[in-house]
Design a protein around this ligand. Structure first.
Ligand code: FAD
Length: 450
């Protein structure tokens, strides 16, 4: 008998419950990836993610070939392509990871409909994309946790499933199965110059070096912008080239304050997924609706996008995003707070821009972190405003992060780089786009705090 494995956000052979389950139930398996039109129509196929995805698919195909199989790529509406493959192969089951986004939910519905009059069953697998399935822990009488700390307590106590090893062999059904060519990174335009490499092998290598290093620095150092002391595993977690459950298990084994701090960050990822699973609307609507009106000044928005606000730490972060397709978490928080609270611009404007560039751009993590930063989400202190000067001095105390990304300020020494207007006025660097005192007063008025 034959089963189809529809790879989605789980582009890996190690610790993949979808693949393992299909191989347990069927003696022939068709590994399938569908380049779904809907992803393109939704504008979600941003160049950085397409390039990273091309690496992931090439690596997955190579891993499957080593085991006697290969990746079948089809292009078109996902349900139609799956149905067609089921007919071609006589498959009795289609396996895939359960997803939380509106897109993933629609895909599941479409697959259910497409297979309804066939003898093929749809098998969804939990705890593939996240370490703990959304809904696995819930507060009494509610469908999700709206606050992280109590979620984290229950999440920690629940533990994660055991890790699965990569299969030794993957046998395709007999006969010819056509496949579209694998997409290539070279064919993607407008990719950030320093984009990371994708693929399971690159991901596993990164995990090994990350966990063999001294995580002790992570507990204290993960907010240090210049130190760059975080794992940079986010794109691998997004594409599933690294398994979140396996990573939690291995980091727990490693232990210590660094291991614990790292596991806590991974729990944030699960937290946002369980919010979105229960509240699909939170991808583009306020999680906690607000009545006040956002501002929209195109010049200010452009200054923010291009890293020319005149606030060095914000500009450094935005330029890192453009150059690497990735940004440090503290940079994301500062850039998001600046746009939504200092400039008082709608969080959706920022979230959309991030999704255009972030290689780890993810509906659950991006949108809900944006909402958190904007005070429309799950932050229990929604009215705090991050001051880019004091935050810059705190998280980039020697100014190295700013000098790395803002060459106009390369000659300014130490933390003085965070207040270039005090240094001299001949610097080829923009004046502040807004006065922080006025911006705060505007914010407080808009939020009824004045
Ligand atoms: P590490 O510090 O090494 O953390 C390990 C992993 O934990 C990360 O890879 C990530 O999967 C998870 N994690 C850490 N912090 C968070 C968090 N706050 N929320 C959810 N998961 C977290 N993360 C994304 O993966 N995709 C996004 O699109 C995204 N957009 C963001 C937008 C804003 C405005 C903000 C403030 C944060 C966003 N984040 C997003 C969360 C976080 O910034 C990144 O996950 C992190 O910077 C990735 O770097 P790292 O892998 O080195 O993190």
């Amino acid at each position: 008998n034959v089963a189809v494995v529809l790879f989605t956000s789980d582009l890996r052979l190690h610790d993949n419950p979808v693949l393992c389950s299909a191989l347990r139930d069927a003696d022939r398996v068709v590994p399938l990836f569908v380049r779904d039109d809907a992803v393109h129509r939704a504008g979600f196929d941003a160049p950085n993610r397409l390039a990273f995805l091309a690496d992931c698919l090439a690596d997955l195909d190579a891993g499957l070939r080593k085991r006697g199989g290969r990746l079948i790529v089809r292009t078109g509406p996902v349900a139609k392509e799956v149905r067609r493959l089921v007919e071609e192969t006589g498959a009795g089951a289609v396996h895939l990871a359960a997803g939380v986004s509106g897109y993933a939910q629609r895909r599941e519905e479409q697959l259910r409909t497409a297979l309804a009059d066939s003898d093929c069953e749809l098998r969804l697998h939990d705890a593939v994309v996240t370490a703990l399935a959304p809904g696995r822990v819930v507060p009494t009488g509610k469908d999700h946790f709206a606050v992280f700390t109590p979620y984290f307590r229950r999440w920690e106590a629940a533990g994660v499933r055991g890790t699965l090893t990569a299969p030794r062999a993957v046998r395709l059904p007999d006969g010819d199965l056509s496949s579209d060519p694998l997409p290539s990174r070279d064919g993607v335009g407008d990719v950030s110059p320093a984009l990371a490499d994708g693929g399971e092998q690159a991901g596993r290598k990164l995990v090994t070096s990350w966990l063999s290093g001294d995580l002790a620095d992570y507990a204290d150092g993960h907010d240090d912008l210049a130190g760059d002391a975080t794992s940079r595993l986010s794109p691998h977690l997004h594409f599933g080239t690294v398994s979140a459950a396996e990573l939690v298990g291995r980091a727990r084994e490693k232990g210590g304050p660094g291991g614990e701090a790292f596991v806590r960050q991974l729990a944030w990822r699960d937290f946002h997924h369980q919010v979105l699973a229960a509240r699909h609307d939170a991808s583009w609507s306020d999680y906690r609706p607000r009545q006040d009106r956002w501002r929209s000044d195109e010049d200010e928005i452009t200054a923010w996008k291009t890293g020319r606000t005149g606030y060095p730490v914000v500009d450094a972060a935005m330029r890192q995003l453009a150059h690497e397709g990735w940004m440090h978490n503290r940079g994301r928080l500062l850039a998001a707070s600046f746009l939504t609270k200092t400039l008082y611009v709608d969080w959706r404007v920022g979230a959309r821009h991030f999704l255009e560039l972030l290689v780890d751009g993810d509906i659950a993590n991006n949108q809900l972190n944006w909402q958190w930063a904007a005070g429309t989400g799950t932050d229990t202190r929604p009215n705090r405003v991050l001051n880019p000067v004091t935050q810059g001095k705190r998280y980039d105390p020697h100014g190295d992060y700013v000098r790395r990304w803002v060459p106009e300020l390369a000659e300014v020494k130490g933390s003085a780089v965070h207040e270039p207007w005090k240094v001299k006025d001949a610097l080829d660097y923009p004046d502040p786009v807004v006065d922080l005192g006025e911006a705060r007063a505007r914010f407080e008025k808009a939020r009824g705090l004045d």
